[in-house]
Design a protein around this ligand. Structure first.
Ligand code: DX5
Ligand code: ZN
Length: 202
């Protein structure tokens, strides 16, 4: 059964949005520093303040994640995905996250070739495939992301694959057929009745 991670960027990171998404599996926190991507959103204090019984699934769209992962772990992150483009030492970031008992994920921009993350797929707990350009919610799904998913599924059948961006009822189906385990969904959830949308995606 596919897991649903609700991105609250689409709902201005409100506690009310989290409460409405309580039938999901995870809450997806899109952290942007205004450097790795132009937009600035939340930081570890908001991740700490926002309450949920679901898994806190943190997506770091920030430069030099190695400097900050610990404060996000202290804020309650149970999974952290960082961008391979944002650090010189992905292996160190993975080790640091896992040393605290937290699941480490690696992610890459749509234009970044899969070769850039292959060396780390034996170490990470999951891989986050971007199906939109990081930095904004509400974008259209990029079909080429499906190729990356199929390649990873073939080479690493046991590795959890999470997809992020432009997911709705139609693209969720394509992602599941390609082998995805976890769907990150923002706009589609909050443009309707969240519980109904979550049921539809499952
Ligand atoms: C984009 C974020 C995504 C985005 C997904 O930078 O990483 O998580 O918020 O939202 P939708 O579902 O609106 O594409
Ligand atoms: Zn995200």
């Amino acid at each position: 059964m596919v897991k649903i991670s609700v991105s609250i960027l689409a709902a201005n990171f409100s506690q009310e949005a989290i409460d409405r998404a309580s039938s999901a599996d995870m809450i997806h926190f899109d952290v942007m520093d205004g450097e790795f991507v132009p937009k600035k959103t939340i930081w570890s204090d908001e991740v700490a303040e926002l309450k949920t019984t679901l898994i806190k699934d943190v997506h770091l769209m920030i430069e030099n994640p190695e400097e900050y992962v610990e404060e996000f772990i202290d804020a309650g992150a149970e999974r952290i995905a960082f961008h391979v483009e944002a650090t010189d030492n992905p292996e160190a970031v993975i080790g640091l996250i896992q040393s605290k008992g937290i699941k480490a994920g690696i992610t890459l921009n749509p234009e970044t070739p899969i070769e850039k993350i292959v060396d780390f797929l034996d170490s990470v707990d999951f891989v986050l495939i971007m199906s939109v350009r990081p930095g904004e919610g509400g974008q259209s799904f990029m079909n080429e992301s499906l190729e990356k998913i199929k390649m990873i599924k073939k080479a690493y059948p046991k590795l959890e694959i999470e997809i992020d961006g432009g997911i709705n009822a139609e693209t969720a189906k394509l992602a599941k057929e390609a082998g995805v385990d976890t769907l990150v969904v923002g706009t589609f959830i909050f443009s309707g009745e969240p519980k109904e949308r979550i049921r539809e995606l499952r």
